[in-house]
Design a protein around this ligand. Sequence first.
Ligand code: AMP
Ligand code: TRP
Length: 334
Amino acid sequence: MKEIKRVFSGVQPSGDPQLGNYLGAFKGWVDRQSEKENFFCVVDLHALTVTPDPEQLVSQTRDLAAILFACGLDPKKSTLFVQSHVPAHAEGCWLLNCVTPLGWLERMTQFKDKSEGRGSVSTALLDYPVLMAADIILYDAHEVPVGEDQKQHVELARDIANRFNSIYGETFVVPEPVIPDIGGRVMGLNDPMVKMSKSYSHIRGHAVRMLDDPKEIERSFMRAVTDSGNEIRFSEEEEKAGVNNLLGIYKVITGKNEKEVERDFESVRGYGDLKKTVAEVVVEELTPIREQYEHLMDDVAELDRLLAIGAEHAASVSMPKVREMKEKMGLIVP
Ligand code: AMP
Ligand code: TRP
């Protein structure tokens, strides 16, 4: 079994990547990429469960990959690839399906949320976490950095790894979810009780999209829902959720602690100035990313070449793992 600690995470090319994705996921991936061996995956097969429009999927997949490189993922330190480019994922998913009880999947809260009220849902929506388990365990990943909402899926991946290991003998490292305490949950600007999500990024005032221009970013923040008071402090109270969210965003971007953040706003009176300051740090953070993204999209062939290199490296790790699974499961491996 592998000695070096591996990190695996994935993100769906569906909707426009937003500030929550950046602060809750991408920023942490980039900041810590020198510490471990990293695999980051644009999970287009997962996105097929929600983005059935082919042209949109193609452009969102390239966009997301370019955004991730633009955030600073360095091909020398991290392997970035597109899930469907590495057949081991779909194949591994099938093999894992065969050891996963249906009840485990029916219990997943994301499945329940996404299927609720819909007359018919695809089998893939139910099977989604098994594909995610394959993504993770085929790489013997120890750590899976994800937002809080994905914790249950990583725990399921643990259960599936354990179950496979106990039936067929030690095969997989059992992964751990790594949830960032800060930035773990960025809330919508229009409704601070709802997580900011790329699925709602079309709703006016909800999300700050990573590629928004500075004017749009400022406009979104100025419209952010707060409360009728004027106290700028961190708080768990529902009433202060809007202010808390703005301060949380500022905190993650500046890397300051809560005390330091509150001190920065000590002399600020009124939420208008708070919003303006938070918008400024967000613009400063996202502008170089947007510029680098545009630069990368000027040469799509080069982007595709980088992704092909990533896929080749990913396959060199996951394909032998699938082979090992097949042998253990009694398939004749030619
Ligand atoms: P998704 O946009 O749901 O595909 O999520 C991609 C990654 O970003 C996952 O690790 C999520 O948990 C994380 N993420 C998405 N939205 C947020 C948010 N509002 N706050 C923190 N993390 C988020
Ligand atoms: N389901 C994850 C999400 O929606 C994306 C994902 C797919 C993922 N495969 C993964 C995350 C493997 C971590 C590891 O956010």
